[in-house]
Write a protein that binds this ligand. Structure first.
Ligand code: SF4
Ligand code: SF4
Length: 426
């Protein structure tokens, strides 16, 4: 962001970024971060690390990726939870998330794809077309996945601009789907080995499974602390932790998030919270919120409530399940990886009852006062699934508010009015 001590312009230019446009993006993200994050009171001290990460999000972390690549390492860009980070790391590669959460260069995007495409897809295509994402430009290989139709077709367009490889994801969870998915995992092993020039061994795969599990365990601790009233951390801060999990150095991030979790557990023990006890508690479910999409959380928390959980890919779906650590052979570990990943409850699956069950269970465990179901406009999958979510939440005796929006700030006032009315009714 703006006041970096080191000037990274040469590194950005070497990556092929459009410097004036990139400067404008960093400035806007810095402003957004300041407004949403640095205005919060009583944040845990452990958030200093994530503030620092954000201040260097296109600086120091990109420099680390650059140094890694100069020493022969390969960086893999991913968009979706279904690409197993364990396999990339076992081959010696590093993963970075490329989902984008800001409206950018839509004029260029709409020249190659329909206007009524979801904001997440338009955003990552905009970042690519406008040459403003150093993560994109650091990725030696971008791995897509056949989740929704929009993404599938977007990867074809992206293939003209970058080195892209797509994983075929089944859309049901039957035995034959698992067999097909297991075969696709093996294909990923080959692709990762071919890209990095390294062979995946039982030792490297076991180490990667434990390393990624440790990251998820740290996030689970942070999530679990939010069952307390008052919640020891804001939803915005917790969301940021999950967003950064897709980019940061894995062992360092795990260490820092465990330190944050220690602090949160101490806060819970002493009854300290970010909001007064009794503040309205909200569970948010729906489409992922990629960095820097903090819009809904900001609205909810500025209205005096606290988001205590996210049933979404930038939330519980990312960290709630671990890969088994009991296998000894590569084959058995790949079975465990295939099983863990096919169990993620994305709306691209039919049926997707597991997601509905998770929403109700989380709402009860976190003792929420209400649920907000969040869909990105033009996301047919989550918008269609919304009815089932709402019915299940109401049947569980909880109020639910459905919100459909995009990344623009034009509807912030209107959304704030709806959220405030919902909170008053709780
Ligand atoms: S919502 Fe579905 S398609 Fe999107 S990141 Fe999550 S798993 Fe992938
Ligand atoms: S939000 Fe919906 S339409 Fe957009 S990429 Fe995700 S699943 Fe596809």
């Amino acid at each position: 962001m703006s006041d970096q001590a080191v000037d990274y312009h040469q590194m950005w230019a070497d990556l092929g970024l459009d410097l004036p446009t990139h400067d404008a993006l960093l400035g806007a993200v810095g402003q957004l971060f300041g407004d949403a994050y640095l205005t919060q009171d009583n944040r845990p001290a452990g958030m200093d690390y994530l503030n620092f990460v954000m201040s260097e999000v296109h600086g120091l972390r990109i420099k680390e990726l650059d140094d890694f690549r100069k020493s022969g390492g390969k960086v893999f860009g991913t968009f979706c939870l279904y690409v197993p980070e364990e396999i990339i790391r076992a081959a010696g590669g590093w993963c970075v998330g490329l989902c984008a959460g800001a409206e950018f260069a839509y004029d260029q995007v709409e020249q190659i794809m329909p206007r009524n495409t979801c904001a997440l897809i338009k955003s990552f295509m905009g970042f690519k077309l406008a040459k403003v994402c150093p993560y994109f430009e650091s990725a030696d290989l971008v791995i897509g996945e056949t989740t929704c139709d929009g993404k599938k077709k977007a990867y074809e367009l992206l293939g003209d601009l970058h080195n892209v490889w797509v994983m075929e994801l089944p859309q049901m969870k039957r035995e034959q789907d698992m067999a097909a998915w297991r075969a696709e995992i093996v294909e990923l092993v080959h692709k990762a080995e071919e890209t990095t020039g390294n062979t995946i061994t039982a030792e490297s795969l076991r180490a990667a499974i434990i390393e990624v599990n440790d990251k998820r365990r740290a996030l689970q601790r942070i999530a679990a602390a939010c069952a307390a009233d008052p919640a020891p951390i804001s939803g915005k801060d917790r969301l940021l932790a999950t967003q950064v999990a897709f980019y940061d150095d894995v062992p360092r991030f795990t260490q820092m998030m465990n330190a944050l979790a220690d602090e949160l557990e101490q806060r819970v023990a002493s009854g300290e919270g970010v909001t007064p006890k009794g503040a309205k508690r909200i569970l948010v479910t729906g489409t992922p919120m990629a960095l820097p999409n903090w819009k809904l959380h900001d609205i909810i928390e500025k209205a005096g409530a606290v988001v205590v959980g996210e049933e979404m890919c930038t939330g519980s779906r990312y960290y709630q399940d671990l890969v088994s650590e009991s296998a000894d052979t590569v084959d058995d570990m790949l079975d465990d990886i295939a099983a863990k990943y096919l169990d993620i409850n994305c709306a691209c699956f039919t049926p997707n009852d597991g997601r509905i069950e998770d929403v109700v269970r989380m709402a009860q465990e976190l003792k929420v006062d209400g649920v907000i179901d969040y869909s990105l406009q033009f996301c047919g999958l989550y918008e269609m699934e919304s009815h089932s979510v709402e019915t299940a939440v109401r049947d569980a005796g909880l109020p639910v508010l459905k919100i459909t929006t995009d990344y623009s700030m034009e509807d912030v006032g209107q959304l704030a009015t709806r959220v405030e009315a919902f909170l008053e009714m709780l």
